[in-house]
Design a protein around this ligand. Structure first.
Ligand code: F6P
Length: 368
């Protein structure tokens, strides 16, 4: 047997741990060959396809702790709508399918988020690709899995940032605002906000009210504390409903900037000195947390076992302390948003943090 693996979408900590687990299970457990495809589907599109032999990596225990992905990845370049040098878009899906067959692969493991998984699923259906998916994304917004590879490392980074902001906030009598990633889901902000003791946690799934947030901060002061910590997810909108985004290249909206807008508003309303930290890609790099290594290892081993059982079109998942697998169609249903009636929200509220209120019109994406 000869299997391929590719990493797709934004990178995160733990991808190399996934690759190592796949190689170890396939080589040591089954005696198979493992081929690593460079730059996600982009590598399969090339002629010859860009791929490397991974069997040697079986001894590379450094991979467990190495950030990034040795295979490279892309988070744009949908092969069904591929950006061409002249500015036009082309359907290059058949080239990707041809690349898989040219490499003589019996199966493919795709490590990706919701968007990558949907693309790979479509390619697999069209081109007879025996596909197994492994969820990864710092956003933790894939349906059917409690954890995706990369999430806990990102949360750890955000908590460390709050731990470092709190003493300087206290020294200078300031409100500190921390803007974190997460795309349309607020999982990073919510987990980090609880773990890092944020006084306000703003997530895209909840509506907030600037007057109430201002009063909340002023009450903290009245109670005798001279500083406050606010964490805000990048996709939170301004109070007039406008999204705060960076230049986009026509392929994917890039969030960023809500922290600075909020600082201006909150600083003016409270009269309190306010500063902003935008964490950005720091959340994606670096050494994976032990939990991410465990999840990555369990996912990698289970994905190879699924191939051995000839079970395809499945995605491995973490559920109730176990690695399981689910139908890919049940995963590619749009982002898994924060459950506004769930434990994390009620815990944060119970701790006295300001979170706002669920929107009058419920968000459409799946909440689990
Ligand atoms: O999906 C992962 C993620 O890090 C998001 O949280 C963020 O919005 C986006 O990717 C950033 O993408 P880029 O690397 O293209 O700036």
């Amino acid at each position: 047997m000869r299997i391929g693996i590719l990493t797709s979408g934004g990178d995160c900590a733990g991808l190399n741990a996934v690759i190592l687990a796949v190689v170890r299970r396939a080589v040591l457990g089954y005696g198979w060959d493992v081929v690593g495809i460079r730059q996600g589907t982009h590598g399969l599109m090339q002629d010859p396809p860009q791929a490397i032999d991974l069997n040697d990596q079986v001894n590379n225990d450094g991979m467990l702790r190495l950030g990034g992905t040795i295979l490279g990845t892309i988070n744009k370049g949908d092969p069904f709508h591929y950006p061409m040098p002249d500015g036009s878009f082309a359907d290059r899906s058949q080239e990707v399918i041809d690349g898989y067959h040219k490499l003589g692969l019996d199966a493919l493991i795709g490590v990706g988020g919701d968007g990558s998984m949907a693309i790979l699923h479509r390619l697999a259906q069209m081109g007879g690709i025996n596909l197994v998916g492994i969820p990864k994304t710092i956003d933790n917004d894939l349906a059917q899995t409690e954890y995706s590879v990369g999430f806990t490392t990102a949360v750890n980074v955000a908590v460390e940032a709050l731990d470092r902001l709190q003493p300087t906030a206290a020294s200078h009598d300031r409100i500190m605002i921390l803007e974190v990633m997460g795309r349309d889901a607020g999982h990073i902000a919510l987990f980090a906000g609880v773990a890092g003791g944020a006084d306000a946690i703003l997530i895209p799934e909840m509506d907030y009210d600037l007057d109430a947030l201002t009063e909340h901060c002023l009450n903290i002061r009245k109670r005798g504390r001279n500083h406050a910590l606010v964490i805000v997810a990048e996709a939170v909108k301004r109070d007039d409903g406008a999204a705060v985004t960076q230049d986009d290249d026509g392929q994917k909206v890039r969030y960023g900037g809500i922290g600075h807008w909020l600082a201006d508003e909150l600083g003016a309303r409270t009269g309190w000195d306010t500063r902003v930290t935008v964490l950005g890609h720091v959340q994606r790099g670096g050494t994976p947390s032990p939990r991410d290594r465990v999840i990555a290892s369990a996912f990698g081993v289970h994905a190879v076992d699924l191939i051995a059982e000839q079970k395809f079109d499945r995605v491995v998942a973490w559920s109730k302390r176990k690695v399981v697998d689910v139908a890919m169609a049940d995963v590619i249903v749009g982002p898994r948003l924060v459950d506004t009636a769930g434990t994390m929200v009620s815990t944060a509220k119970g701790l006295g943090a300001y979170l706002g209120h669920p929107p009058k019109v419920a968000r459409t994406a799946k909440t689990v």
